[in-house]
Design a protein around this ligand. Structure first.
Ligand SMILES: *[C@@H]1O[C@H](CO)[C@@H](O)[C@H](O)[C@H]1NC(C)=O
Ligand SMILES: *[C@@H]1O[C@H](CO)[C@@H](O)[C@H](O)[C@H]1NC(C)=O
Length: 304
């Protein structure tokens, strides 16, 4: 009996091991969505300013994952959103970050689209165990406003039962369609013990669980933020099915990786500072200095 159960368990885990990236387009073809069929147990975000840090990460223009804005040049997402099944980095030029709007199927006047300039995947990320499912993306400069802003990162894990929110455009049902509108749901942070009861040895260091019966993140929400009291505590990573009370969502723990994340932000900025220093003889004064960063990244007017 035990091995049967283990077998089923493995089977379910195998189904979800590709993580929570969005599958093939379906709703866009239909051009409509089911109002009652929301993010597992969630509700529509009415004002983008409630989730100004939420990013839709597009791959070949398809909304594949979520991410969060951590400063005006960097996004935080899941490693499995930017790598293939073997853990190899995907082509960064196929990605775009879309911020500032609520819908993925139409552009609005508040839609802002940015290219991904660089991708930093955690060295310990392993696609078969999904450990260290963390990546930092450098993007073209973002200008913050009411609908676009960064989220602070947690240095410590809040206590179990803390009321948190998840958000994204992912599947609204395990076998359903992605949502064209941004949805959110309240979930509770779970203790390590509770999480172990569901996932046993699949639960590795740096993984935390959050859930609530009937509420969960699902495919397409990967890389998006788990936010508690206005601070990002987790990154949507994986789970067994979605919204199953027996199997809460698993998140990469931000407190575990916050030092690594800060290091990538510095490393990324430093690499651009070096390029700036190289071209700086062509520029004088503060205004030119600011422009130099644009010049480096758009690679248009290097001889200015
Ligand atoms: C809408 O979604 C709900 C919940 O998943 C489902 O029960 C219902 O059949 C769906 N309606 C349509 C028209 O697809
Ligand atoms: C979490 O907080 C929200 C907003 O205050 C509240 O509506 C919701 O009922 C809370 N959820 C739980 C599971 O306690």
């Amino acid at each position: 009996m035990f091995s049967m159960k283990t077998c089923f368990f493995l089977l379910y885990l195998y189904l979800e091991l590709s993580g929570r990236v969005s599958p093939a387009p379906t709703y866009e073809e239909q051009g409509q969505f089911n109002q009652t069929n929301r993010i597992i147990g969630g509700q529509p975000v009415l004002h983008r300013s409630q989730f100004p840090f939420q990013v839709s990460l597009r791959y070949n223009a398809w909304p594949m994952c979520g991410a969060s804005i951590i400063d005006n040049r960097h996004l935080l997402t899941a490693a499995h959103c930017v790598t293939n099944d073997n853990g190899r980095l995907r082509d960064k030029t196929r990605y775009h970050a879309v911020v500032g709007d609520l819908r993925t199927n139409i552009n609005s006047p508040t839609t802002v689209i940015r290219r991904i300039l660089n991708i930093f995947v955690h060295e310990n990320y392993n696609p078969s165990t999904i450990v260290s499912d963390v990546a930092v993306l450098r993007v073209e400069s973002l200008i913050f406003n009411a609908n676009i802003n960064s989220i602070p990162l947690a240095a410590n894990l809040p206590p179990p039962n803390t009321n948190c929110t998840i958000s994204g455009w992912g599947l609204t049902d395990f076998e359903g369609d992605p949502s064209p509108i941004l949805l959110f749901a309240h979930v509770l942070l779970l203790s390590h013990q509770t999480c172990l009861q569901s996932y046993a040895s699949y639960l590795l260091g740096g993984m935390i669980c959050a859930g609530f019966p009937g509420r969960d993140s699902c495919s397409g929400d990967s890389g998006g933020p788990l936010v508690c009291n206005g601070i990002q505590v987790g990154i949507v990573s994986w789970g067994v099915r979605c919204g199953d009370p027996e199997f809460p969502g698993v998140y990469a723990s931000v407190p575990t990786y916050v030092d690594w994340i800060r290091t990538q932000q510095r490393r990324s900025s430093a690499s651009y500072a070096v390029i700036y220093a190289y071209i700086s003889p062509f520029n004088t004064g503060l205004l030119c200095k600011q422009a130099a960063f644009q010049i480096v990244e758009t690679k248009t007017c290097i001889n200015n």
